[in-house]
Design a protein around this ligand. Structure first.
Ligand SMILES: [Fe+2]
Length: 187
C-alpha cells in the first residue's frame, strides 16, 4: 500500500516537472528594455570613439606625426572591436542591435587638442559605463558581469591619457620641436 502511494506521488511529481507540451517551441528570453537601451547608448559611444580616433589618425598622418598616427589608428580599431563585442552580446540575447548615428568628423589644431579631447571622451565613457553598470546591478546581473571588461578597459584608457597629459606638462607645448620630441618619446 505504502509503495503504491509512493509511486503515485512520483508520477504526479514527474508530470508537474515536465511542463513541455508537444505543441510549440519555447521562445528564448530577450534582454529587458532597460538593458537594450543602455547597451544601445554605449554602442553609440563606441562608434563615436572610433570616429574620433579615426579622425585623429588622419590628422596625424596628414601633418606627418607618424608614431601618433599609428597609435590612433590602433585606437580606432580597438573601438570597433568594442562595438562588435557589444553587438555580439545583444545578438546572443536575441536582440537585433540598432546603430544610432553619431558625429563622424572631428577637426584638430594640434596634438594637444587630440590628447585633451581623448582624455575627456574616455573619462565620460568611464562614467557612462559605471552608471549603466550600477543600474544593471539590481536588474540584470548577467549584463552587469558582461560590462566588467568594458569598465576595466575604460579605466586603462583614462590612465593612459592621463599619463600623456602629465607628459605634455613636461614640455613647452607651444614649441613645435618639443611637441615632436614628445611624440617621438611617448607614442
Ligand atoms: Fe571603447
Amino acid at each position: 500500500m505504502e509503495i503504491k502511494k509512493f509511486s503515485q506521488d512520483r508520477e504526479a511529481q514527474r508530470k508537474q516537472m515536465s511542463p513541455i507540451k508537444s505543441s510549440g517551441v519555447v521562445t528564448p528570453d530577450k534582454l529587458s528594455e532597460e538593458s537594450i537601451s543602455l547597451l544601445t547608448d554605449r554602442l553609440k559611444d563606441e562608434y563615436t570613439a572610433h570616429y574620433f580616433y579615426r579622425s585623429a589618425a588622419n590628422w596625424c598622418k596628414n601633418v606627418n606625426y607618424k608614431k601618433a598616427a599609428d597609435f590612433f589608428e590602433a585606437e580606432a580599431n580597438s573601438e570597433l572591436e568594442h562595438a562588435k563585442k557589444l553587438q555580439e552580446y545583444m545578438d546572443d540575447w536575441n536582440v537585433k542591435p540598432v546603430i544610432q548615428s553619431t558625429e563622424t568628423n572631428h577637426d584638430f589644431t594640434n596634438l594637444v587638442d587630440i590628447i585633451s579631447g581623448a582624455y575627456k571622451m574616455e573619462y565620460s565613457l568611464l562614467q557612462a559605463y559605471n552608471q549603466s553598470s550600477s543600474s544593471l546591478f539590481m536588474n540584470d546581473l548577467t549584463t552587469f558581469d558582461f560590462l566588467t571588461d568594458f569598465r576595466e578597459l575604460q579605466k586603462q584608457a583614462v590612465i593612459e591619457y592621463s599619463d600623456l597629459l602629465n607628459a605634455l606638462n613636461l614640455v613647452d607645448y607651444n614649441d613645435k620641436f618639443q611637441i615632436l620630441y614628445f611624440e617621438q618619446t611617448y607614442f
